[in-house]
Design a protein around this ligand. Structure first.
Ligand code: AOF
Ligand code: ZN
Length: 373
């Protein structure tokens, strides 16, 4: 078997594969983002990425881009080439058939149907395989896919916008707008990239939001609204979105009024799902998140309000947080971004891992991963 050592340029080509993969961000569910670069004698001869589920995997797209002549070349891909038949035939077989000499893999596919079998198959056929080049970046790129396929839960992203004095609304409940144009555009970019969006009853009734993505070329996330006892009117904006091709799904309790459920379901694109309650009354959030994931949605953006965010953090269900902070003070008794129980000691507070900071006009965005418990 060929020796498999890294070359100085491996990381550069892997970074190119990751950049290609990202072109399909928000478009590949339930599949991961995968990019591929094929190189021969120091020259890139093929590039490709997985555009959406059911279409060519990245490796096949890159082989086609190279015109099919890839004998003796090196292939760089951020996820282990697959070894299974599903919507498409196995990439590892195509690589062997096309006589590619060396394959550099970002990270092993956590899909139990692949998970090491792809690289084994390649090695058994005499292809040199190097694993783990930009491994952490490759895993971070597809964190939602990794979580979804190994746990059946979606990647949960909490987002809020608050004033400098930590409020998400004034004492009268007014919240339009806390942040400026650029920050709001950034939110639409999140809606474009995450598969689903979820809000609580309070936000639904107070804000009457549309939860659509309003940027050029954007696509709408599948909308989930929590309305335990179906208090919302079918006339709310979210039940009358003729311009959206994503559904709106209402989550309510098993004992919610069937007539009210029927009135909502009568609206085009609206579905109603009944969810079990916890012993103390509210809907079971883990059950809700599993219901979202079971539709092949890898990630969910939670846009509030305070009760929902608080409950999710209390139960350790949040993976990533985005906090937009505006340079305004509003004072009074308006709510903070998180209700719930919270932690008694500052020492126990959730601290984001290596938070990133972005300046968006006069607003600040702080975001980062919530450490696993
Ligand atoms: C690759 N290259 O570009 C992608 C891979 O339903 P299918 O046939 O598209 O298979 C989906 C699975 O294939 C997905 O769960 C993941 O394990 C792998 N994705 N693999 O070699 C790709 N998108
Ligand atoms: Zn494949």
């Amino acid at each position: 078997m060929a020796a498999s050592s890294q070359k100085p340029t491996d990381r550069e080509y892997m970074a190119q594969a990751i950049a290609l993969a990202r072109r399909a961000e928000g478009r590949t569910r339930p599949n991961p983002m995968v990019g591929c670069v094929i190189v021969r004698q120091g020259e890139v001869i093929g590039r490709g990425y997985h555009v959406r589920a059911g279409e060519d995997h990245a490796e096949i797209a890159a082989i086609k881009d190279a015109g099919g002549d890839v004998e003796g070349a090196e292939l760089f891909v951020n996820l282990e080439p697959c070894s299974h038949f599903n919507r498409t035939p196995p990439c590892s077989d195509a690589i062997i058939r096309h006589k590619i000499a060396r394959v550099v893999v970002g990270t092993i596919d956590p899909n139990p149907r692949v998970s090491g079998r792809g690289v084994r198959r390649l090695r058994e056929a005499g292809v040199e395989v190097v694993e783990g080049v930009l491994d952490a970046d490759s895993r971070a790129l597809n964190a939602p896919f990794f979580k979804h396929i190994t746990t059946g839960m979606p990647w949960v992203v909490a987002k809020w916008a608050m004033t400098l004095d930590g409020k998400i609304a004034s004492s009268t409940g007014d919240s339009r707008w806390i942040t400026g144009e650029l920050a709001r555009e950034r939110v639409h970019q999140l809606r474009d990239r995450l598969d689903a969006i979820l809000i609580g009853t309070g936000t639904l009734l107070a804000d009457d939001p549309r939860l659509t993505c309003r940027i050029d070329g954007g696509r709408d996330p599948v909308r989930f609204v929590l309305d335990t006892s179906l208090k919302s009117s079918p006339d709310l904006a979210i039940y009358n979105l003729h311009e959206s091709n994503a559904p709106t799904i209402v989550l309510c309790a098993d004992d919610a009024d069937p007539a009210r459920a029927a009135a909502l379901k009568a609206r085009p694109g609206v579905e109603v799902i009944h969810v079990a309650r916890n012993a103390d009354g509210p809907l079971d959030l883990e059950h809700i998140l599993r219901a979202i994931a079971s539709r092949g949605l890898l990630s969910v953006l939670v846009e509030g309000g305070a009760a929902l965010h608080g409950a999710l953090f209390d139960q350790g269900l949040v993976d990533y947080a985005y906090a937009f902070v505006a340079p305004k003070v509003v004072g009074g008794s308006g709510p903070a971004p998180l209700g719930g129980r919270g932690f008694e000691l500052m020492n126990d507070a959730v601290t984001l891992n290596a938070p990133a900071m972005e300046r968006l006009g006069d607003d600040l965005l702080i975001h980062g991963e919530v450490p696993a418990e």
